[in-house]
Design a protein around this ligand. Structure first.
Ligand SMILES: Cc1cc2nc3c(=O)[nH]c(=O)nc-3n(C[C@H](O)[C@H](O)[C@H](O)COP(=O)(O)OP(=O)(O)OC[C@H]3O[C@@H](n4cnc5c(N)ncnc54)[C@H](O)[C@@H]3O)c2cc1C
Length: 419
């Protein structure tokens, strides 16, 4: 098996495949540790995937736990603890992606996968007669090489070079986000109680104290990390593949000036420079399996339109894909093997298709500033409504049973056509 890319999707897939005894080679263009544009925030959904993977997250190794979301908007502030559910843990985590991705890749190697760094995949190898993907071409430190395998997993992130090369282009009717983040070191402990215990979500961005500041486009976050660090970022989302025309770096710089006094940092305290990237959403590349090529994570456009979360879905897709591949490889080449591989897109759509479709509607609504204003002003002061909204936005509800909120969301997700 060849896995292209050692982000959360690729490393998760490689770990499960190697654990199942499948000979697995991961080709990664960079060398770890490498920088990554990310908020570094893991919701309970992502924590659940770490538990499935068997990757421990002790505090002494730099993981910081959080209790939930602190949401700011419309002059209100609300604390929403992660819900107590049978299906998910009730805490989130943060760890800088440089470290997180490195640990996941090492975990895959410990499971038995071979990791080749500084290896950039440049094109798929196609079978002349069937057009099936039978390997990849890559630039390695030793020169150009070809790698052949029965199946190829594309985990190459938002660039999706492999998928694009065989014509699996981006669906233009799916939402897309753009975000930029920076990491800062606090020069003093934050003054508000519990400030390091919550992932902060800001529905409005002000260019100064809100009483005399101007409202800027987009949303923002502050995710506390171990060692007195905070990941601060801004972003926006549009309902089609046309990104909003916003100078994100300027937006972040201005917002950092507003936040600095509340958190105890100045622009001098920058630990890691701003980095930005696009967030491909709601299965924006399909099919997730065809002709020997399997798409996982951002390569298949699996970021949630509701909250921009992509790590959990990347690891989940790696897990589900590896299951389908392992079953497929236990069968002779032919229709039975193909049928096993097709279970991967089917299972992903079954579990996330309806939810992502609801997310597309959500993005269409919040694209209108007036709708967003009414929601923040009248929604935030209503705690029960906000608990329902938090379960919906963070995809944390019981798929079966649960309370009335879980049942409402599960029913809506089941009724919506799969994305
Ligand atoms: C600013 C920002 C903030 C975000 N914050 C969060 C957050 O807080 N929480 C969250 O859950 N999600 C967040 N996301 C989304 C999240 O980062 C992605 O969804 C996630 O990284 C997807 O994982 P992946 O493994 O699919 O892809 P990636 O993590 O992008 O990994 C792809 C890997 O493939 C390698 N690669 C690429 N091309 C090639 C090639 N040709 N050959 C070999 N290797 C290749 C890359 O080097 C990389 O290691 C954020 C995104 C952005 C842009």
């Amino acid at each position: 098996m060849i896995v292209v890319g050692a982000g959360p999707a690729g490393s998760a897939a490689a770990t499960y495949l190697a654990n199942a005894g499948v000979d697995t080679v991961v080709l990664e263009k960079s060398a770890f540790p490498r920088p990554k544009a990310c908020g570094d925030g893991l919701t309970p959904r992502a924590v659940r995937e770490l538990v499935y993977l068997g990757l421990p997250f002790p505090e002494e190794e730099g993981w910081l736990r959080n209790r939930g979301l602190r949401v700011f908007g419309g002059g209100h502030q609300l604390e929403l603890p992660w819900p107590s559910l049978a299906s998910f843990p009730d805490f989130g985590l943060t760890l800088p992606r440089e470290e997180f991705d490195h640990r996941l890749a090492r975990h895959a190697v410990q499971a038995g996968a071979t990791l080749l760094e500084n290896t950039t995949v440049t094109a798929p190898l196609l079978d002349d007669r069937s057009g099936r993907v039978v390997g990849v071409k890559a630039t390695t430190p030793e020169g150009e090489r070809q790698f052949r395998a029965r199946l190829v997993v594309a985990a190459d992130g938002v660039s999706a070079r492999l998928a694009t090369a065989i014509g699996r282009s981006k669906k233009t009717n799916r939402p897309v986000g753009v975000a930029v983040r920076s990491r800062l070191k606090l020069s003093q402990p934050p003054s508000r109680p519990g400030q390091m215990d919550w992932m902060e979500s800001h529905l409005e961005l002000w260019d100064g104290p809100s009483e005399d500041g101007k409202l800027m486009p987009g949303y923002g976050w502050v995710f506390p990390e171990a060692g007195g660090l905070v990941n601060v970022g801004v972003g926006s989302v549009t309902s089609t593949a046309i990104a909003a025309k916003i100078n994100y770096r300027q937006l972040l710089t201005t917002w950092l000036d507003t936040l600095g006094p509340l958190w105890g940092f100045t622009s001098e305290d920058l630990e890691d420079p701003p980095r930005s990237a696009a967030l491909p959403m709601a299965f924006s590349r399909q099919p997730l399996y065809a002709r020997g090529l399997i798409l996982v994570g951002d390569a298949g456009g699996m970021v949630s339109p509701f909250d921009g979360e992509g790590i959990a879905y990347a690891m989940e897709s790696g897990r589900v894909a590896a299951g389908a591949i392992t079953q497929a490889l236990a069968r002779p080449a032919g229709e039975s093997r193909e049928a096993a591989l097709r279970t991967y897109p089917e299972l992903m759509k079954e579990s996330l298709g309806g939810y992502f479709s609801l997310g597309r509607v959500f993005v269409k609504l919040i694209e209108h500033p007036a709708v967003m204003r009414v929601c923040t002003r009248y929604g935030l002061p209503r705690p029960t409504l906000m608990r329902l909204v938090m379960k919906l936005l963070s995809d944390l509800y019981e798929p079966r049973g649960g309370d009335w909120m879980d049942r409402t969301i599960a029913t809506l997700a089941r009724m919506a056509p799969a994305a």
